[in-house]
Ligand binder design. Structure first.
Ligand SMILES: [Zn+2]
Length: 282
């Protein structure tokens, strides 16, 4: 497919996803959770191009040069487009850098991405709500979603699938800012091509700390499946979307959401997972 045709069809798919699943309603304020990588930068670029006037939010994970480069790239990109950027350092927010936290957690047998994932979600929700955003858009693509579905199935965690889909984060009391995935139906490979054609100033290497061995294994298996059965990943996402209403009814949490005793963020237990983590270092 010619580059110009590809770009058009990619953007059209994102536009259709936003409209069909009503990811953004008229007048809503959207923040794009950026990492400085190709996926979130593409989501930011397209939402801006479609006229949704998004702001960008980035959590500086303070992973040495890698984080510095991502932040610098995103600053330049947002300045060029006139997009407002909100940057917050994880150290300022929670007192420690991700390398420190990951090293501490690995001594307790957790993988390096475990704490980072929990803290990013916690901080993003808190920031987005405090700044009055209606939606937080992420760069999750079709491959990410297919991996999530596959992992939940093979680990016997069907209930976790209720939290997937193009829109997630519905919760009682409006404590969660809804998360939306405009690139939901865009395969990783196409997002990469899109990013390279437009020439986004992004780092393509993965995070130097990342070592989610199970996800990497699942990714390899899914890529094999896709090669043998083109369309497999898309079918998985389509099926998940079709099952979502039933899944959400079935797995509607019996335990009500409440506010974390320490931070006031939504939590299923008295103290949320982020505060439980952070409590380890005083
Ligand atoms: Zn908390």
């Amino acid at each position: 497919m010619k580059d110009t045709v590809f770009i058009e069809s990619f953007e059209e798919r994102v536009k259709n996803t936003i409209e069909k699943y009503r990811l953004i309603e008229a007048g809503e304020r959207v923040a794009v959770a950026c990492s400085g990588g190709k996926d979130s930068t593409a989501a930011l670029y397209i939402l801006d191009k479609l006229g949704y006037n998004p702001d960008a939010v980035i959590i500086d994970l303070e992973i040495g040069e890698y984080s510095g480069k991502n932040l610098e790239n995103l600053r330049g990109f947002c300045a060029g487009k006139g997009i407002k950027l909100h940057a917050i350092s994880i150290k300022d927010a929670v007192g420690h850098t991700i390398p420190f936290i990951s090293a501490a957690m690995s001594r307790e047998g957790f993988g390096p991405c475990h704490a980072c994932g929990i803290l990013k979600r916690w901080l993003l929700n808190k920031m987005a709500r405090e700044m009055g955003f209606d939606k937080v858009a992420t760069g999750h693509n079709l491959d990410d979603e297919a991996q999530n579905i596959f992992m939940n199935f093979v680990q016997g965690n069907l209930g976790f699938c209720a939290g997937l889909g193009p829109v997630s984060g519905h919760a009682e009391g409006g404590m969660f800012v809804e998360r939306i995935k405009p690139l939901y139906f865009c395969p990783e490979e196409e997002t990469r091509r899109y990013s390279q054609i437009i020439g986004f100033p992004v780092v393509y290497e993965p995070c130097p700390l990342s070592a989610d061995t199970f996800r990497t294994f699942i990714k390899g298996e899914l890529d094999n499946l896709e090669a043998a059965m083109p369309g497999a990943k898309r079918n998985m996402a389509d099926n998940l979307v079709a099952m979502l209403p039933a899944l959400r009814r079935q797995y509607k949490q019996s335990g009500k959401m409440r506010k974390c005793r320490k931070c006031g963020e939504p939590s299923r237990s008295e103290v949320c997972r982020a505060c439980e983590l952070l409590g380890r270092w005083g």
